[in-house]
Design a protein around this ligand. Structure first.
Ligand code: ATP
Length: 200
């Protein structure tokens, strides 16, 4: 049976934290494919300045081009907002019927799941697994999480990796203020940002 991971994000820009999470999830959970689900307008980031979707699309394509098991999914780009993950997973399950399919995320996303995400209980129920890589300061309380979303802990599959204090917002700040940022990114993403003068 195919095992597929759906990795959702704003990817503004995609960085080494994302790459390592994606690659470790692929390897440790024996995924056949990892879908990068680019969210055009994340409901929880409304009101924040986010780069236009074509820019982020080009950056994600550059980031994943060399890894045959990584694939771009336009499932959110292709439908009108709001882009709730619960609806994305419903559509992906239909697209890949018969496959085992789970959601891939960082620890901060897991922590926010009960309060910030739409229909968390139904979302967790729909996922065959939840792959989570910890982030610095994500402060996950598993007991509280299980109390809020019964059944969630049984779905969790931890992705073992060093804690990486890398975030897209920090990288954007570095670029805007002229600091070095090159080594936080896959080389192809760095080159595209330089060439197009993104985030200045
Ligand atoms: P921003 O700083 O703009 O909020 P971000 O770096 O958190 O962005 P997103 O596109 O919002 O990037 O994240 C997509 C997914 O990747 C989320 O599930 C997030 O938890 C995870 N992620 C991002 N950076 C890391 C990291 N350094 N380590 C582990 N997971 C990460």
């Amino acid at each position: 049976m195919l095992k597929i991971g759906a990795f959702g994000g704003t990817f503004d820009p995609p960085h080494l934290g994302h790459m390592i999470l994606a690659a470790e999830a692929l390897e440790q959970l024996h995924l056949d494919r990892l879908l990068w689900v680019l969210t055009p307008s994340p409901p929880h980031k409304l009101g924040l300045a986010i780069s236009n979707v074509n820019q982020r699309l080009a950056l994600v394509k550059a980031a994943i081009a060399d890894e045959p098991h990584f694939e771009l999914s336009t499932i959110e780009i292709d439908r009108p907002a709001p882009h709730y993950t619960v609806e994305t997973m419903r559509l992906l399950k239909r697209q890949f019927s018969g496959a085992q399919i789970g959601y891939v995320m960082g620890g901060d996303s897991l922590r926010d799941l009960p309060d910030v995400w739409r229909e968390p209980q139904r979302l967790v129920h729909m996922c065959d697994f939840l792959a989570v890589m910890r982030r610095p300061a994500d402060a996950i309380d598993l007991q509280a999480l299980e109390a809020q979303i019964p059944g969630i802990t049984a779905k969790l599959q931890w992705v073992d990796a060093p804690l990486l204090e890398i975030s897209a917002s920090e990288i954007r700040k570095r670029i805007a203020s002229g600091r070095q940022y090159r080594y936080f990114l896959p080389p192809a993403v760095y080159q595209l940002i330089e060439r197009q003068a993104y985030y200045r």
